[in-house]
Write a protein that binds this ligand. Sequence first.
Ligand code: ADP
Length: 753
Amino acid sequence: MSKPLGGRTITARLKSGENLTEIIKHYENYNAKQRTHNHEDLWFHQRLTRGNAVHNLKKSGSTQGLFLVRESVNIKGSFVLSLIHKGDTQHFQITTSPHSGCFSIDNGPPFVGLDQLVHFYRTGCNGLPTALIHACKGHTVPAFLQQYGENTIIHQAVDEGIDTAVFNQILNHSNCPHLNTRNNSGRTALHEAAARGLNDLVLELYKRGADVKTRDAEGNSPLHLACRGDHAETCKILVKHCFSKPQDRCCGTGWVPLHDAAYYGHHQCIDMLLRHGAACYPRSVNGETPLDLADKRHQTNSLLILQRYQPPKPHYSSSHWLHNAVDRHKAVELLEHAGLRNGCFLVRMSKRHPGQYVLTMSFDKTVFNYEIKNKNNWFYIDDGPLFSSLEYLIDYYCRCSDGLPAELTSPVTPFARNDLPPVPGPSRPKMNERPPAPVPSNNKPSKNHGVIQQSYIPGLLPNPSDTLEDIEPSSIVLGRELGQGEFGSVLMGVWTNPLGKKVPVALKTLHGEHINTGEAEFEREAGVMMGLNHLCIVKLYGICRGETMMMVQELVAMGSALDYILDYPSAVGQADFKLWGAQIASGMNYLESKGFVHRDLALRNILLASKALVKISDFGLSRAVGAGSNYYKASAGGRWPVKWYAPESINYGTFSSSSDVWSYGITLWEIFSKGEQPYGTMTGAQVIQYIEDDKRRLIRPEGCPEKVYSIMLQCWAYNPKERPTFLRLHHKFRSDPDYFNMEVPGHRDNLDS
Ligand code: ADP
């Protein structure tokens, strides 16, 4: 037991006649005295609007690297970093992982405390435009948001193993401190209670809202600590009643609770975890399984349990989900036929890696593909656990999502079951012949010792290499340059496709100097495009991985619509523009139905196949919208095309089809103003003020019909819900008489998809 404040326990104080209010006050006063008043630590601003953040930073001198962290006014528990760079204020959403409660900016490393995050970005830019230099004076960050917080009365009560009735009185008290506050050792009261096996207190804390996912300063969940402390009953309570997940990893080591139990030889905990659905062979960042740890530490009993463990009999046999002659396209069709229900799935053979399998599943109306690797008779997805058979693997993911967008629910069953290939049954894989250790994705190396490295991934990434068609470099002849892309030039070319047909193509290259920085983005863009098939969206034929990596796309003959309109303003008119408006809306409606937001819809990204056919391109910023929601949340600030962005995207980093509709309105404005720059020479900050504070909108371009301008204004409704849908926008233009006078050879019917 650690020494209580003032040398006396809560129990002793109560006995001597002090009441609870006095004792709580005593703790509050002590902690208040300990708090630092160093100006540089006072960067936290509670419930501050974006406008006020800009104002405060300006008032404090707008020096380079001046910063503050503010709590969002609208979304409680959501934080934004506002930062001065080159005299301008930039805002970065701080995301909170739903799996661990850790904070991060964009794809940067996760931190258990906001103080730890700020410390990290003070040590260098680390992906931001500048390092954080001086704090814009606000308050101390609340203790429950710190990595190492303060010892509250609740920690003391747990430390004393206090009577449950008294504990409840403390938790019910109106001045009870925040339940998720970490103490000086970086643990919440729930961590401490779990580590000590105080089951009643664990349950009381959980019932009152303590977070079972919260990590301690080292990245461990309460369940990790219960296993470490050999408290099998506490483990059971955490898993069964508090919904702790046995697959949650320690942010630092990648250990799941089973690793802790095996390392310390706590075989009752091992038994309990396995009985409650834990996978037997999860891998740490170093690739070690619990069995390795038990072996290394000579924990004989634990070793025996792990060696003898037999997973439960799989609910489905392979005949329910294994498809022999199904390729990626057919798999998508089958899932579409099944209504793209959440968790609907099938397993097929990989074309790219003969002998390997691919899990194809639908979630949120989107299809995801995961390569199932098979090495030395072990089956696994990405850095997930190892399984001795494909059936065990599928059964595990039916019971828990563990990185997939959702649990697998219903298999798509093949019609002819007798054409199935034999499924590798549970053979005895040799433990010394194992696949390589999982490589933590997303892991920016940290120079800061205190930083927890990201070793878990919030969602397994669909494997782009499986979803992308590989095109042989020898089948391509390069031609002239068409334009400059972000990661290299875009070339014209001819591709001889597998049927021997010569197809004119555009080749988007990833040049050598961008390979490290751009490859993931490049593959992501290709991954989005590969599943799209619509007349008004540029088609991707595949990826060519020769000396230079290239995206092989349909050639859109007349190139950029913006360049065309600027070069030949008198060659196009209102009727063309209405047709383009209808076509872009149609393409965007299709994109929405596939569960994607574009995030960069602008005239510069519209290509012209002919004057009568436009195509949407540049999916570099596109994202699949997240699980269970219809918007995507981003955090990068620097490169955002603010003039095309809806207010909620600028303020909160949220993107949806409705924010794409706002950008569509700006694109229409560009078209009808024949390529003018929206908002002229205004800066991003001025534009935001113009829209938000002055409640103004772009003015009607000269010659633009009132009817069209009113459509633009509808797209710029402040409330996303009040904006029209792409389907409505498409029909609005289609019902215009001008539309019918246009020539759309053979295309018009296709647009109504
Ligand atoms: P990035 O997204 O990397 O900025 P873009 O997709 O905008 O690159 O391409 C740059 C330029 O290359 C475009 O403005 C356009 O002129 C040309 N281009 C890109 N894709 C095609 C295509 N499929 N057909 C014809 N020209 C294209």
